[in-house]
Design a protein around this ligand. Structure first.
Ligand code: NAG
Ligand code: NAG
Ligand code: NAG
Length: 296
């Protein structure tokens, strides 16, 4: 009888320990997430522009993705600069209405050799498989492309080990809005929308020097219902390029500036492969060789 009591007591003790452990974890989780907000700093990102913050971003994203909050928000706070290695976030999650509030700055490693996955690196920051994604804020996303621009990949046999990455990609997604951000100095094109439906890009600024090669502003392909408005694009290559299988693109109140005078560059370049219903309304072109160019 006595020994049974003892065992009971031990069981109760263990249960207490487990309970306080889980309430501690709950406490910790609460602190980290503050309800539906997932601040990358709470997940270990430092934001000094030197330390690699990729893990903090990934962990914040995994927590947001796994949370049961109805509209989780990942916060990249103001006044800090976060260094990111190539990172792709997959939107197949519990919720389907995510906000990324990006008021801090995000930078890529400045040496191409410091990039992880430097061979065949398709893009730097990617979002895929989202339905309901809102990316907004006053932050600047800088791809530190200047060293990449000097690498020529025209002759693959002459020591070219690098496929230049696209800066920022949205793929296989629906109902996406990108608002307010500044994109600078991408290694290759700044923003790409691929295989997506219903994207609204608004109030963006996209900038790269006039002599930076292949730094298109926004590239759209295999996508439907893309609207770009109130955006300023000033790059070294086409401002907006529209690739194959793209329908219903609306571009309005946007300033497109191409700084370099070379015949291949346009404010708006269209592929002739299954591109339908492109509307351009109240758009200003400055310094471009071609305003609108249809590639055939
Ligand atoms: C999605 O999230 C945003 C920002 O939190 C919110 O304003 C909006 O109402 C949400 N939409 C839905 C359908 O939950
Ligand atoms: C694109 O937008 C139009 C007009 O709002 C809508 O009728 C159409 O269904 C949309 N297409 C897709 C593929 O969502
Ligand atoms: C054209 O765009 C300019 C600049 O964004 C804006 O101020 C103006 O109201 C627009 N005009 C029309 C007719 O939409």
């Amino acid at each position: 009888m006595a020994s049974v009591k003892k065992i009971l007591a031990i069981v109760v003790l263990i249960q207490c320990a487990t309970l306080s452990e889980s309430s501690r974890m709950l406490e910790k989780k609460k602190k980290k997430t503050d309800g539906n907000t997932f601040n990358v700093i709470s997940f270990g990102a430092v934001g000094d522009g030197v330390e690699d913050d990729s893990k903090g971003f990934k962990d914040a994203w995994n927590a947001a993705c796994g949370s049961s909050a109805s509209s989780p928000m990942v916060v990249v706070p103001q006044g800090k600069t976060f260094l990111l290695q190539p990172l792709t976030l997959d939107g197949e999650c519990n919720s389907n209405n995510f906000t990324f509030q990006i008021d801090g700055n995000i930078i890529a490693p400045s040496e191409p050799s410091a990039w992880e996955r430097k061979r065949n690196c398709h893009h730097w920051i990617g979002f895929k498989n989202f339905d309901g994604l809102f990316i907004q804020g006053s932050g600047t996303i800088n791809g530190h492309g200047s060293k990449w621009w000097k690498l020529s990949c025209k002759d693959k046999n002459k020591g070219c080990h690098f496929r230049k990455p696209t800066g920022f990609m949205i793929a296989n997604s629906k109902n996406v809005e990108i608002k307010g951000l500044t994109f600078e100095d991408s290694p290759k094109m700044h923003i790409a929308f691929e295989n997506s439906i219903s994207i609204h890009a608004t109030d963006l600024t996209i900038k790269a020097p006039g002599n930076s090669p292949n730094t298109d502003g926004i590239h759209i392909q295999r996508s439907t219902n893309v609207t770009i408005d109130k955006t300023i694009i000033q790059t070294g290559d086409d401002c907006i390029s529209i690739g194959p299988d793209t329908k219903n693109t609306l571009i309005l109140e946007t300033s497109n500036v191409v700084q370099v005078m070379e015949s291949a560059l346009a404010a708006l370049e269209l592929s002739d492969m299954n591109v339908e219903f492109v509307h351009v309304i109240n758009v200003s072109f400055y310094g471009t060789t071609n305003g609108v160019r249809i590639k055939t």
